[in-house]
Design a protein around this ligand. Structure first.
Ligand code: UDX
Ligand code: UDX
Ligand code: ADP
Length: 457
C-alpha cells in the first residue's frame, strides 16, 4: 500500500495540534503542514513551538521528520497531497458589508484558489476552520472553476478542541464529526476521512452527516457553550443582590442530568478566538436568511458577556470609594483561560482598558501570556508594567484583580502579598478561584463573583 499523503494548509492553533496527533496515531500517513508565515513554520521546526499546549512538544518530538513535516512550499504540498485539510484563520470581518459579524473568508478563498492553481488531479478537501453554513458551496464553486476539469470532494470536519487541553481533546474526543455530500463520491470521501480517525477513535464516536449539518453543528456547539456561560454570569449578578451564592446555585442546578454539571462556572466572561466570532457569525447568518428574532436571541449572549466585564469594573470602582485614579492595581492573569498563553478576546483586555480609562496604574502578571498582553495593550494609554514575578505586581498595589484561573495563583503566599500591599487591601476574584474566607481572615476585603463580598467595614 502506498503511503497516503495529507496536507494541512494553516499551521495555527487548530492545524498545528490536530496534525501532530494525526501523525502520531497514523504512522502510515505522511503529513505536511504548510503556512504562508515563514516565522511560524520555522518555529514548528525548532525547539520553541509557536503555541503552548500541554503535551504538544512530546507529540511533535515523536513525529517530526518521521511522518510529520513543516514547510512553506505550498505548491509542492498541494501537488503531492491526496487529502488537503484547510485550517486557515477565518476572523470576523472588520470592514465592508457584514463588518463586525460576518466571517472574513478571504484567507479561505485564497487557499481554494491556490489548490485550483497547483493541483494536477482531483482531491479531497477538508474544511477544518470554523465557517458559516454553506461555505462548502462557495468552496466547491471555486475548486470546480478549474480549467483542467478536475473533480474535488469537499468534506466538513470541524474541530472541537479547547485550548489548554488540545492534545487530550484530540486523543480522546467526545465525538468526531464528518460531513459530506449525499452522493456516492461524497460518501466515499467521508469514508476516507473516517479511516484516518478510526486509527484511534472508537467508531461509534465518529458521526457522519450531510455537509450543512456538520458546518452548522460547529457554530451551534460553540453558541450553546457560550450561552451557558452568559446564562450563569447573568445569574451571578442577581446572586450579588440577593445573597444567593452562584457556586451553590450552579452546583445544585447542574445535578439535574438534563442540565449537566460542566461549563457552569461564573467568571468575568468568556474569551477565546471562537465563542464571540462564532455567535456573531450565527447572528449574521440568521439576519441574512431573514430571521431577525433568532439573530437577536443569540446576540444577547455576546451582550451579556460584555456587560459582565463592565459590571466587574463597576464593582471595583464602587468598592474602592468610586475612584481608582492613580491607584496601583495588580492584574493576576491575562490569558482568556488557564493553561494557555492565548489572549484573543480575553475579557482581561476589556477590564484593563476600562481601568486605564479610570486612570488606574496597572501591574500585569501572567505565567504564559505577558508577550501577548503587551501586544494587546500596545495602543492603550496609561501607566502599565508587565511583571514576570507576581510579588512584583502586587507591591504597593491597592487592589488585586484576578482575571485568569491559573492554578499557580492558589499557591501564592497571600500573607506575604497582603503585607506588600496598600491598606485597605482589596481582592476581586473574577474567577472564584481562591479561598475567600482565608483571605478575609488575613485582612483582605474580598469580592468574588456572584457571592456576598467579605469586607472588614
Ligand atoms: C472553545 C470550545 O470549548 C471548543 O470546543 C471549540 O473548539 C473552541 O472554543 P476554547 O475557546 O479553547 O474552546 O475554551 P473554553 O474552555 O471553551 O473556554 C472559553 C471561555 O469560556 C474561556 O474564557 C473560559 O474561561 C470561559 N468559561 C468556560 C467560563 O467562564 N465558565 C465556564 O464554565 C467555562
Ligand atoms: C418541568 C421541569 O422539567 C420540572 O423539573 C419542574 O419541576 C416542572 O417543570 P414539566 O413542565 O412537567 O416539568 O415538563 P417537561 O418535561 O420539563 O417539559 C416542559 C415543556 O418543554 C413541555 O411542553 C415539553 O414538551 C417541552 N420540551 C421539553 C421541549 O419542547 N423540548 C425538550 O427537549 C424538552
Ligand atoms: P486557528 O485558531 O483557526 O488555527 P490561526 O490564526 O492560529 O487560526 O492559524 C491560521 C494560520 O493560517 C496562520 O498561521 C496563517 O498564517 C495561515 N494562513 C492564512 N492564510 C493562508 C494561506 N492562504 N495559505 C497558507 N496559510 C495561510
Amino acid at each position: 500500500m502506498t503511503t497516503k499523503k495529507i496536507l494541512c494548509i494553516g499551521a495555527g492553533y487548530v492545524g498545528g495540534p490536530t496534525m501532530a496527533v494525526i501523525a502520531d496515531r497514523c504512522p502510515q500517513y505522511q503529513i505536511t503542514v504548510v503556512d504562508l508565515n515563514e516565522k511560524r513554520i520555522a518555529a514548528w521546526n525548532s525547539d520553541e513551538l509557536p503555541i503552548y499546549e500541554p503535551g504538544l512538544e512530546e507529540v511533535v518530538a515523536r513525529c517530526r521528520n518521521r511522518n510529520l513535516f513543516y514547510s512553506t512550499d505550498i505548491p509542492k504540498g498541494i501537488r503531492e497531497a491526496d487529502i488537503i485539510f484547510v485550517s486557515v484563520n477565518t476572523p470576523t470581518k472588520t470592514f465592508g458589508c457584514g463588518a463586525g459579524r460576518a466571517a472574513d473568508l478571504q484567507y479561505l478563498e485564497k487557499t481554494a484558489r491556490a489548490i485550483v492553481e497547483y493541483a494536477d488531479e482531483g482531491k479531497i478537501v477538508v474544511e477544518k476552520s470554523t465557517l458559516p453554513v454553506r461555505t462548502a458551496q462557495a468552496m466547491s464553486r471555486i475548486l470546480h472553476s478549474n480549467p483542467k476539469g478536475l473533480k474535488f470532494q469537499i468534506i466538513s470536519n470541524p474541530e472541537f478542541l479547547a485550548e489548554g487541553t488540545a492534545i487530550n481533546d484530540l486523543e480522546n474526543p467526545d465525538r468526531v464529526l464528518i460531513g459530506g455530500m449525499e452522493t456516492p463520491e461524497g460518501q466515499r470521501a467521508i469514508e476516507e476521512v473516517v479511516a484516518i480517525y478510526a486509527n484511534w477513535v472508537p467508531r461509534e464516536r465518529i458521526i457522519t452527516t450531510n455537509l450543512w449539518s456538520s458546518e452548522l453543528t460547529k457554530l451551534v456547539s460553540n453558541a450553546l457553550l457560550a450561552q451557558r456561560v452568559s446564562s450563569v454570569n447573568s445569574i451571578s449578578a442577581l446572586c450579588e443582590k440577593t445573597e444567593a451564592n452562584i457556586n451553590e446555585v450552579t452546583a445544585a442546578a447542574g445535578r439535574d442530568s438534563r442540565i449537566g454539571a460542566k461549563f457552569l462556572k461564573a467568571s468575568i466572561g468568556f474569551g477565546g478566538s471562537c465563542f464571540k466570532k462564532d455567535i456573531l457569525n450565527l447572528v449574521y447568518l440568521c439576519g441574512y436568511y431573514g430571521l431577525p428574532e433568532v439573530a437577536e436571541y443569540w446576540e444577547q449572549v455576546v451582550r451579556m458577556n460584555d456587560y459582565q466585564a463592565r459590571r466587574f469594573v463597576g464593582n471595583m470602582l464602587a468598592a474602592m470609594f468610586n475612584t481608582v485614579a492613580d491607584k496601583k492595581i495588580a492584574i493576576l492573569g491575562f490569558a482568556f483561560k488557564a493553561n494557555t498563553g492565548d489572549t484573543r478576546e480575553s475579557p482581561a483586555i476589556a477590564v484593563c482598558c476600562q481601568l486605564l480609562e479610570e486612570h488606574a496604574r496597572l501591574r500585569i502578571h501572567d505565567p504564559k501570556a505577558l508577550g501577548n498582553a503587551r501586544l494587546d495593550l500596545e495602543d492603550a494609554e496609561g501607566d502599565i508594567s508587565y511583571c514576570e514575578d507576581p510579588y512584583d505586581a502586587v507591591k504597593g498595589a491597592h487592589a488585586i484583580a484576578l482575571l485568569t484561573e491559573w492554578d499557580s495563583f492558589r499557591k501564592l503566599d497571600f500573607r506575604r502579598i497582603y503585607d506588600l500591599m496598600e491598606k485597605p487591601a482589596f481582592l476581586f476574584d473574577g474567577r472564584n478561584l481562591l479561598d475567600h474566607r482565608k483571605l478575609y481572615e488575613i485582612g483582605f476585603n474580598v469580592y468574588p463573583i456572584g457571592q456576598k463580598a467579605l469586607t472588614h467595614f
